[in-house]
Design a protein around this ligand. Structure first.
Ligand code: P6P
Length: 332
């Protein structure tokens, strides 16, 4: 075998990448870098537990619901414990708010940041071996480090995020994040236990031919624009792809182009997706990659949160597709 094949570099690891980017912020003391590393570490532990699902007793429901009324899976709770423990031990996050808990957890340290996290989104897919994900947002706390956290530390607009990302536990495990200067994707190399840069400077294609929506709820949608838009997509030869796992649907559109729609429905009159735990992070990532994310009337990132578990309709993906949807809504 020629020498070049056996000496192929493994590529830049996440740790080295984070360090190299930190050098771009001369007065950065490394807290955010360490926070990102803590999240990456927790995701490796969760990844290991997900990969055991089916072999050990970590599948199925635990017989209780989270704040949003979703039946909690054992892995939901496990993932929440893993991320909150890693962040608490890491010391850079002053506290977290998680989809799995009613209110925020104050780690009572001197951390400058707070984290909003959906530890395991799409967990109803675990038992059928479909990709699931973690979604996280990082904000600077509003109150003085060392004092008690308050709700206002978490009720921040998406534009206030200092970093956001998702982990996709799929055919391979990927961590995709942004600190506001573009989006980079890392693939988990299990034999090394390292995330390696595999998708530098990700760009969401500006156009596409994929729409992603749960059409079963069509007649429930309170906005007739949606039906008009989908009719036009079908006329234009679009294909439908809906995994029912938000991170997987968004990631596909980031790679192939497309639009994901979760409108308000009769079952979820304010939308189903959570602003703080899901929408803000994904909206920042998609916008940083050149796409758009709206609630139908304003940018997701501009929405003023009023409640920790607030939900919102969301239309997100390729710029041209989101713009044509918004154009439809003007044809009322
Ligand atoms: P529906 C999973 O429960 C989730 O929060 C997202 O991952 C996913 O996009 C959505 O709900 C699916 O909702 O109503 O289509 O089953």
């Amino acid at each position: 075998m020629e020498r070049s094949r056996i000496a192929l570099p493994i590529g830049i690891t996440l740790d080295r990448f984070i360090k190299s980017k930190q050098d771009e912020y001369p007065n950065a003391a490394g807290e955010l870098s360490q926070l990102l590393r803590d999240i990456a570490l927790a995701s490796k532990v969760v990844n290991r537990e997900i990969n055991k699902a089916g072999l050990v007793d970590i599948m199925g429901y635990i017989g209780q619901q989270n704040e949003a009324g979703d039946e909690q899976q054992k892995l939901d709770v496990l993932a929440h414990i893993r991320f909150s423990r890693a962040l608490s031990k890491g010391g850079e996050a002053a506290g977290i708010i998680s989809e799995e808990t009613e209110t925020f957890t104050d780690f009572k340290n001197k951390g400058k940041y707070v984290v909003a996290i959906d530890p395991l989104d799409g967990s109803s897919n675990i038992d059928v071996n479909v990709s699931i994900g973690t979604i996280f947002s990082i904000y600077k706390r509003k109150t003085k480090p060392g004092t008690k956290l308050t709700k206002k530390d978490f009720l921040q607009k998406g534009t206030e995020q200092v970093a956001a990302g998702y982990v996709l536990y799929g055919s391979s495990t990927m961590l995709v994040y942004t600190t506001g200067k573009g989006v980079n994707g890392f693939t988990y190399e299990t034999t090394l236990g390292e995330y390696v840069l595999s998708h530098p400077q990700m760009k969401c294609p500006s156009d596409g031919k994929i729409y992603s929506i749960n059409e079963a709820g069509l007649q429930q949608y309170s906005d007739p624009t949606i039906e008009r838009y989908l009719t036009q997509c079908k006329k234009d030869g679009f294909t439908a792809r809906y995994i029912g796992s938000l991170v997987a649907d968004i990631h596909r559109n980031m790679i192939k182009g497309g639009i994901f729609l979760y409108p308000a429905t009769s079952k979820y009159p304010k939308g189903k997706l959570r602003l703080l735990f899901e929408c803000n992070a994904l909206a920042l990532i998609v916008e940083q990659a050149g796409g758009l994310a709206t609630n139908g009337s304003k940018r997701i990132l501009e929405m003023e949160p009023t409640g920790l578990h607030q939900t919102t309709p969301m239309y997100i993906g390729s710029k041209q597709l989101v713009k044509s949807l918004l154009g439809q809504s003007k044809k009322k």
